[in-house]
Design a protein around this ligand. Structure first.
Ligand code: BGC
Length: 761
């Protein structure tokens, strides 16, 4: 009893220090650190372990629920201070209830940090992250994350498990939909934009939430694109390709990291000390906390790394995993491990310090219920303003892949149009995977978007069923391969129409976690339907909805127009219709290469040259396939506009960077040579011709978004300095090496507009 009283007095003291600063938004890290230390001082080992434990809510699952996950046990743990965080508890009211349990019933009343996968929106959905990345529009992407944070934070959430910053070159992997594509430079900028959007300028503001850079590390390179598979990669590969977006995230002050399911060079990422302690918390001096992925601590047993749960706990804590998501191991084993001396208590203190710091920064100690205001929830979630923002993002995410004879944009009057395809009137699929709390069937379908334009006559037929039943997040999607009963009606409807809009692709739940594919074609009977329709009407605009690059060679060879519309979220149909009718001129560029064949995967623009890059006459001995070209169908950075752009007059302020001249200014003249006002993403690539380790044939180094009216020209400029030329070298550090370089400027990664320069010291 006496002990309880003393601890209570000490806690009041800690809280007094906290409250005395209440109105000072700029509470310094020093003050927070003092508060955390005083709280830590009065915590028992059990209470510390509790802070490192996260449970899934009782209502929602995003992974296999373990048998220990029964509601009663969790409830008891919440009441006894054995839970520091919950995930998947949503809604202001529900979160208030759960927060009240710990704040009012536990000895120290330390508030919970409440996480949720707010990946591309909470209820009003933006496009899937891969689609957003196609906009290359960092401001728009930041704003999209801000909208997501405003809705989530109004519903009791204060932490999102986003952004996923895994670079990937393998379209077979379903989670490419969740990332920013294949390029580490673009990926780093997008990581930063998303983090800034979620966390805002002031993390303690009620509409910002903590972000989480995931999955640390290597997950995007799982072997054969098969979900949860292992990763084996060189140090150079790790540093040059995988780590840059994570480093950018740490530099952007992301509050948390999540480790990964995958084995990394023989040691599961979750128990990987080199990744978490040496690089992240060591070399990068990262101060936030690391959460495991769902049950990934326990899975180290299945990996064949830890012999049992206790060993897994030991490896995870020692490696730097601060919080256990749904393994139920930290609560059961840390105490014994500390008592046996196998885990040092100072590591526990360090983990808890990191977790409490983020809670303080969020302002949870000042007001644990700040995210639980039902009035705010009503006015913010699903607001008109948020719909406008996601519509804007959706338009910017669309990529025009082909447009022969300017078939697009369509005239708004007098056309007879057939709209065909299983996704044309689908209000469920465009929401994509990871759809937060969006209601099923809440997207605007393309048919609805088109019907908002009343000047044309539109007939609609589905043609074929893509999936059986209503797919969801946790079950396998069942594709229809047999039912062709809708073919004849669709074929009849296509005859004698001015234009056919075919809406085909993947269901929204065909990409995402655990949705790896060995084929990248149009699933089910869609290709067959497309070819049948083509026999009666060749004037087809193919609108693709998909979560990954697809092999659409036939469509590219035969159809006049192709629009990449991904899974665009809540306002999908309105965004696509506005693009098809020319109310928005598409400007997106692919963030990931589209292969010709799945056999080319992994395929990417920043490849190495090899020793035999070119054919020598008729000889077969060069780096190629005997049955397919090396080149992709559509390369990274590719995307058309309704207008055309011409690049000319590349000028370099100097041909050399040296001790007296530390930079080169490059300018290029860009002219709009078409009929429409439009935006172009002007891209700068570099090639380091010789280096201590071989370098890619091109690497994106900068880009500018330029808007031009017809016939207008602008000079676009870039600065190249030694910093631009740095890479992780054979000396195991980031540095630029003197020598010759090429620079390339253009509207995609296959531009040939080239100049050379040198770096001399
Ligand atoms: C995913 C994470 C996600 C977590 C919580 C896991 O299956 O890999 O990215 O944040 O579930 O839902």
């Amino acid at each position: 009893m006496l002990l309880k009283k003393i601890t209570f007095i000490l806690l009041c003291l800690a809280i007094f220090v906290s409250c005395s600063k209440k109105n000072n938004k700029e509470t310094s890290m020093d003050t927070i650190s003092t508060k955390v230390d005083s709280l830590l001082n009065i915590m028992t080992l059990q209470e510390k372990i509790g802070q490192m434990n996260q449970y899934n809510g009782f209502w929602d699952v995003t992974g296999p629920t373990p048998k220990e996950g029964n509601a009663e046990a969790k409830y008891q743990h919440l009441k006894s201070g054995m839970v520091g965080s919950m995930l998947n508890v949503v809604g202001a009211e529900e979160n208030k209830k759960i927060q009240q349990i710990v704040v009012e019933e536990t000895r120290l009343g330390i508030p919970l940090i409440i996480g949720f996968d707010v990946i591309h929106g909470y209820k009003t959905l933006s496009p899937i992250p891969l689609a957003e990345s196609a906009s290359w529009d960092l401001k728009a992407i930041e704003n999209s994350a801000k909208v997501a944070a405003s809705e989530a934070s109004a519903s009791g959430i204060n932490w999102t498990f986003a952004p996923m910053v895994d670079i990937s070159r393998d379209a077979r992997w379903g989670r490419v939909m969740e990332g920013a594509g294949e390029d580490p430079y673009l990926g780093s900028l997008i990581a930063k934009a998303r983090i800034n959007g979620f966390q805002g300028k002031d993390l303690s503001a009620k509409n910002s939430i903590a972000a989480c850079a995931k999955h640390f590390a290597g997950y995007g390179f799982i072997e054969s694109g098969r979900e949860y598979n292992g990763v084996d990669m060189s140090n150079s590969f790790l540093h040059n390709l995988v780590l840059p977006p994570f480093k950018a995230a740490a530099d952007a002050d992301v509050k948390t990291f999540m480790n990964a399911f995958n084995d990394f060079n023989g040691i599961p990422a979750t128990g990987n000390k080199m990744l978490q302690r040496d690089i992240l918390k060591g070399k990068w001096n990262y101060k936030g906390f690391v959460i495991s992925d769902w049950a990934s601590i326990k899975e180290m047993v299945s990996h064949g790394y830890a012999k049992d749960g206790e060993a897994a706990t030991k490896y995870a804590v020692n490696a730097g995993s601060d919080m256990d998501m749904e393994s139920y191991l930290y609560v059961n084993h840390i105490e014994t491990l500390v008592k046996n001396g196998e885990v040092k208590e100072e590591l526990i203190d360090n983990a808890v310090k990191r977790i409490l710091t983020v809670k303080y920064e969020l302002g949870l100690f000042e007001d644990p219920y700040k995210y639980c205001d039902t009035e705010r929830e009503k006015s913010v979630v699903g607001s008109k303003k948020n719909h406008e923002a996601v519509l804007d993002m959706a338009k910017k995410s669309i990529v025009l892949l082909k447009n022969e004879n300017q078939l697009l944009p369509l005239k708004k009057q007098g056309l007879n149009i057939a709209v065909i395809g299983p996704l044309a009137n689908d209000k469920h699929s465009p929401l994509g995977s990871w759809r937060g709390k969006a209601e099923d069937n809440s997207a605007v379908s393309l048919l609805e978007g088109l019907n908002a334009y009343t000047g044309n006559k539109i007939t609609h037929s589905k043609g074929v069923k893509l999936v059986e039943g209503t797919p969801n997040f946790i079950n396998e999607v069942k594709i229809n391969y047999t039912d062709k009963t809708g073919f004849s009606q669709a074929i009849a409807s296509a005859k004698n129409k001015d234009v056919v809009i075919m809406v085909l692709g993947e269901h929204g739940f065909q990409s995402g976690e655990a949705r790896s594919r060995t084929n990248l074609n149009l699933p089910g009977l869609q290709q067959e339907l497309l070819e049948e329709i083509y026999k009666v009407n060749k004037n087809i605009v193919l609108v693709l909805m998909n979560g990954r690059p697809l092999t659409i060679n036939w469509a590219d060879e035969n159809l006049p127009a192709i629009v990449e519309a991904w899974h665009l979220g809540t306002e999908s149909g309105n965004a696509i219709a506005q693009v098809l009718y020319g109310d928005y001129n598409p400007s997106g560029k692919l963030p990931m290469t589209f292969p010709r064949s799945v056999g080319q995967v992994p395929i990417y623009y920043n490849y190495k040259n090899t020793g035999r890059p070119e054919p020598d006459g008729d000889l077969v001995f060069w780096s190629h396939y005997t049955d397919e070209a090396n080149t992709p169908l559509y390369e990274f950075g590719y995307g058309l506009s309704y207008t055309t752009f011409e690049y000319s007059d590349v000028k370099l302020s100097s041909k050399e960077i040296n001790s007296s001249n530390n930079k080169i200014e490059v300018t290029v003249k860009l002219t709009n040579t078409g009929k429409y006002e439009g935006k172009e993403i002007v891209q700068l690539y570099i090639r380091d011709l010789f280096a201590s380790t071989t370098r890619p044939v091109k690497e994106l180094k900068d880009f500018k978004m330029v808007n031009l009216k017809p016939n207008e020209s602008k000079s676009v400029s870039f600065t190249i300095s030694e910093k631009t030329l740095e890479f992780y070298s054979a000396n195991k550090k980031w540095e630029a090496e003197p020598g010759e370089f090429s620079l390339f400027i253009g509207g995609s990664s296959n531009t040939n507009l080239k100049e050379n320069f040198t770096l001399n010291r």
